[in-house]
Design a protein around this ligand. Structure first.
Ligand SMILES: Cc1ncc(COP(=O)(O)O)c(C=O)c1O
Length: 446
């Protein structure tokens, strides 16, 4: 597969042109990558008006992912999420629908800030059971019930899958329900770019989602910030016609060409043996997971390239086990009182896997911890997300918070999932949740 962005920058670098343009480093090495760090000069195309090398590279990505259109982001899935919400509202407007989105409660904070910026209302879809803030197991039946009970069709349904813990929801079933009601399905697939390359094809586009974002940088060998906005081949044409406009509305006018080159390189990487490398990694991880389970660790999640331990039954909180791994020079993606999540790619070495395995198998088992996470709050909405987030807000301690109206997108990062969303009244369950996750202060409406 060709790499038009890389090829252009290489040629420009080798031309030794005098750089009377931005960036200010002029190609002089201060950190290392400056020679390749250019801006939208002649021939370099324009990210949100692409007709040349960027367009060609995006078309390569669209072919790899089976998308009708793929748009690059150098500002993560966060930018793509704002664009998806904008596109959903634009489409709703043309159909005379209100700007309301039905969303799984485990949405990332960027979804909330997008709703605040665009003044969208959200109706939350809560999981039927399960207590984790991070997962939201919604099935087709629950979605059908929510949609048939509502008088006005929402602009879109928005779900987050895979979630931070590696759990997946049945995108195909949800897409079928959405399409029956004439509603687009938007998926935050920030953690799942690689899903396209599994033998069984588990990427949201393969499973009929209309729009999704993938943080290429989370699971593929791409520099931080590199992401895709994918539009399915069957999505309403309004989405692809307005995709660049939607991204440009929120994006910087100085996209990183280092990240664009990294996305370009990734196309070639995915096209040359990636499926096999991924399958080999999954085989090794399956073995590791079986050994850990046989050793009495309890594991959760469905994702083949994540490992999420629920170590309380083994006698440790997720944070304690993380600290133990840190002693052995390992840093994991996420931990909290209940879980410890590790992420792997084909670039994870066998040595790293063996080290992890031997350290985990050496951890002495202790008496199980019986303290459970408090119930998930279902707080009442008092203000719109926009009114609450655009209000000045005052910082108070959690002990003073009950009854007050929350004014921020979230507390705590990662996983950046709101215990309570902006504009909702902080109830007793929310206070218990704040305390359980060690959150000491929050911002409320004065
Ligand atoms: C579920 C989820 N969605 C969206 C994002 C934002 O992605 P990005 O960091 O690529 O902007 C994250 C980041 O961690 C995430 O975990």
């Amino acid at each position: 597969m060709k790499t038009p962005i890389i090829d252009f920058v290489e040629r420009y670098k080798d031309s030794h042109s005098l750089r009377f343009h931005m960036p200010g480093h002029k190609g002089k090495i201060h950190l290392g990558p400056e020679l390749w760090d250019i801006t939208e000069i002649a021939g370099a195309d324009e990210l949100y008006h692409p007709t040349g090398i960027i367009r060609a590279s995006e078309e390569n990505a669209a072919r790899l992912f089976g998308a009708g259109r793929t748009v690059y982001s150098t500002e993560g899935s966060s930018l793509c999420i704002r664009a998806m919400v904008y596109l959903a509202l634009l489409s709703a407007k043309t159909q005379g629908r209100k700007p309301v989105i039905f969303a799984g409660r485990n949405a990332h904070k960027t979804f909330l800030s997008a709703c605040a910026l665009l003044d969208a209302d959200v109706r939350w879809l809560y999981p039927k059971d399960g207590n984790s803030l991070i997962s939201c197991a919604i099935d087709g039946e629950a979605l059908e019930k929510a949609l048939s009970e509502t008088k006005e069709k929402p602009a879109a349904v928005y779900i987050t899958t895979p979630d931070y813990l590696g759990s997946l929801v049945d995108v195909k079933a949800l897409a079928a329900v959405c399409h029956c009601h004439g509603i687009p399905l938007l998926v935050d697939n920030a953690h799942g770019a690689y899903l396209k390359f599994l033998p069984q094809g588990m990427h949201p586009l393969t499973l009929d989602a209309d729009l999704c974002c993938d943080s290429a940088h989370k699971t593929l060998p791409v520099l931080t910030g590199g992401a895709y906005l994918h539009i399915s081949k069957t999505a309403p044409s309004l989405f692809s016609e307005n995709a660049d406009r939607a991204m440009a509305l929120f994006a910087s006018t100085s996209p990183s060409y280092l990240i664009l080159q990294s996305l370009d390189a990734c196309n070639a990487y995915l096209d040359s043996g990636y499926r096999e490398r991924l399958a080999a990694l999954i085989h090794k991880l399956d073995k590791l997971k079986s050994q850990l389970t046989a050793h009495s660790y309890s594991l959760i999640g469905d994702e083949p390239i994540k490992l999420t331990l629920a170590p309380k039954s083994y006698g440790y909180t997720g944070d304690e086990l993380h600290d133990l791994l840190r002693v052995h020079n390992m840093e994991c993606e996420f931990s909290d009182p209940d879980f410890l999540t590790l992420m792997f790619t084909p670039d994870t070495t066998d040595e790293a896997l063996h080290h992890l395995q031997s350290v985990l198998l050496d951890v002495p088992r202790k008496a199980a911890i019986s303290v459970q996470a408090p119930p998930l709050p279902h707080p009442a909405r008092v203000f719109s997300i926009r009114d609450a987030m655009l209000s000045p807000g005052v910082k108070i301690t959690i002990e003073e918070a009950e009854g007050r109206i929350f004014a921020d997108a979230h507390v705590g990062c990662p996983p950046c999932i709101p215990i309570i969303a902006a504009g909702e009244r902080i109830d007793q369950d929310a206070v218990r949740c704040f305390q359980y996750y060690g959150i000491k202060t929050c911002r409320v409406i004065p």
